[in-house]
Design a protein around this ligand. Structure first.
Ligand SMILES: Nc1nc2c(ncn2[C@@H]2O[C@H](COP(=O)(O)OP(=O)(O)O)[C@@H](O)[C@H]2O)c(=O)[nH]1
Ligand SMILES: Nc1ncnc2c1ncn2[C@@H]1O[C@H](COP(=O)(O)OP(=O)(O)O)[C@@H](O)[C@H]1O
Length: 400
């Protein structure tokens, strides 16, 4: 059984903190971690901003710079709760249909970035469990058929899968559209955005920079879809080492001759680029087969057969494409609520409304899956409606 509520703050009680510069009309909450006090303030003054100021109690001064949210979001009313090394901020609804939003603010991550120059290190996540299935990472050498297989999957299951649109510094091919196949960008800008913490992973591949932004994955998750990432082996390794749980699939060619034929047949690269990709392919295949990164290795010899195997390992064989997709679950967080944290569970106690005084409204949020790393991990958090605190702790009841 868990400890008593470990830490819970709502509303800044110590207004005497020196130098507190949050705008008028903001609501504030504080969380203390070690020798730092994190003051979270949100304004509803048209700027829809949230800021986090950090007060170093040892030094007796504010740590600069102030941290701002990456997405403009009203945060006039909020509660915050400490979770390991991050603060989870729950935005209170101001409209009846407001949903719960989380703001993850990873203190380790902030500290790390502050040493460099990043300031925008908080990310909002909608309180939707969505499609709880893991994202799919697909890797393999250039020309093996990754794009072809992904297109087939997206075409057959358009409402189930969403493609994570990567950033790249390489030039667009003839048929490629900006924002659809890639976000085409330049090296300086992408390097700055990497420093600012906007990327989940990035790598230099065939002489260009490629990366998956936090936002690219969020867009897919917001649509309640399962995310597919087409990234190279280095990127797969980074994702594997991160807290993003995914299924890792490596696609192999039947032979180097076939790979070369496909790459040349596609006709999108110059001779020099083809040779570079073929040279890199050998190392990628060796790494893909021997490293422990990948859960599955698929040989793309006959395309249709490979596609069927891909569907099978994703549990899609025999799936009727027309079957209704279950809607993402969402919960509504009313203005009046309180938070308790017990072990890895947060219990949100929503006060009954005037009209419905007898209703019990407890929501249990399981945050055990939250690990360290960049913000943006609250996606897919599981929540359940429960009727009592003890039920939440035994986990006996399922959300219905
Ligand atoms: N690490 C990483 N690799 C990526 C990303 N996007 C694409 N790639 C990889 O970059 C490599 C080159 O991609 P591309 O230029 O589109 O050529 P293609 O593999 O021949 O289709 C492929 O191995 C992709 O999987 C990304 O966001 N991160
Ligand atoms: N199993 C296969 N047999 C023959 N050609 C294939 C097969 N799979 C893909 N191709 C072709 O190979 C080329 C490269 O495929 P593509 O999907 O662009 O590879 P990748 O995204 O891995 O670079 C394309 O012209 C595609 O039509």
């Amino acid at each position: 059984m868990g400890e008593a509520p470990a830490f819970l703050v709502d509303d800044l009680k110590n207004e005497s903190l020196n130098g507190l510069q949050l705008k008028n009309g903001t609501s504030k909450s504080t969380t203390i971690i070690g020798d730092k006090t994190y003051v979270i303030g949100g304004a509803d003054d048209g700027t829809l901003s949230i800021e986090v100021q950090i007060f170093d109690r040892n030094l007796g001064e504010w740590v600069h710079p102030t941290v701002h949210g990456t997405k403009p979001m009203s945060c006039k009313g909020h509660s915050s709760v400490l979770l390991k090394d991050r603060i989870l901020i729950l935005k209170k609804g101001s409209k009846p249909d407001d949903q719960i939003w989380f703001l993850e603010f990873d203190t380790q991550y902030v500290r790390q970035l502050q040493k460099n120059l990043g300031t925008e290190v908080v990310a909002w996540s909608k309180g939707v469990t969505g499609n709880a299935e893991k994202p799919i990472v697909i890797s393999g050498p250039s020309g093996v058929g990754k794009g072809t297989l992904i297109s087939m999957l997206m075409k057959e299951f358009p409402s189930m899968f969403g493609f994570s649109v990567s950033h790249t510094t390489r030039a667009p091919r003839n048929m490629e559209k900006d924002g659809v196949h890639y976000h085409f960008t330049d090296k300086c800008l992408m390097e700055k955005e990497i420093k600012d913490g906007k990327f989940l992973e990035f790598a230099s591949v065939h002489g260009n920079l490629y990366g998956t932004s936090v936002e690219a994955v969020e867009v897919v998750a917001d649509a309640g879809k399962r995310c597919i990432l087409d990234i190279d082996v280095q990127g797969a390794r980074s994702v594997r080492a991160s807290s993003l749980e995914a299924i890792f699939i490596f696609i192999c060619p039947p032979s180097m001759e076939d790979l070369e034929k496909r790459l040349r047949g596609r006709g999108t690269e110059t001779e020099e680029q083809v040779l570079k990709r073929l040279r890199n392919a050998e190392a990628e295949i060796k790494e893909g087969k021997s490293s422990k990164i990948f859960d599955f290795i698929l040989y793309n010899d006959n395309l249709e057969e490979c596609y069927e195997k891909l569907k099978k390992l994703l549990g899609l064989d025999g799936f009727v494409a027309a079957a209704p997709k279950s809607a993402p679950r969402e919960i509504i967080l009313p203005m009046d609520h309180s938070l308790s944290k017990i072990d890895d569970k947060i219990i949100i106690n929503c006060m009954p409304s005037e009209l419905d005084k007898d209703s019990k409204n407890l929501i249990m949020l399981d945050v055990s899956s939250l690990k360290g790393g960049a913000p943006g991990r609250t996606r897919g958090l599981d929540f359940q409606a429960i009727s009592s605190f003890s039920e939440g702790l035994t986990g006996a009841n399922q959300f219905s």
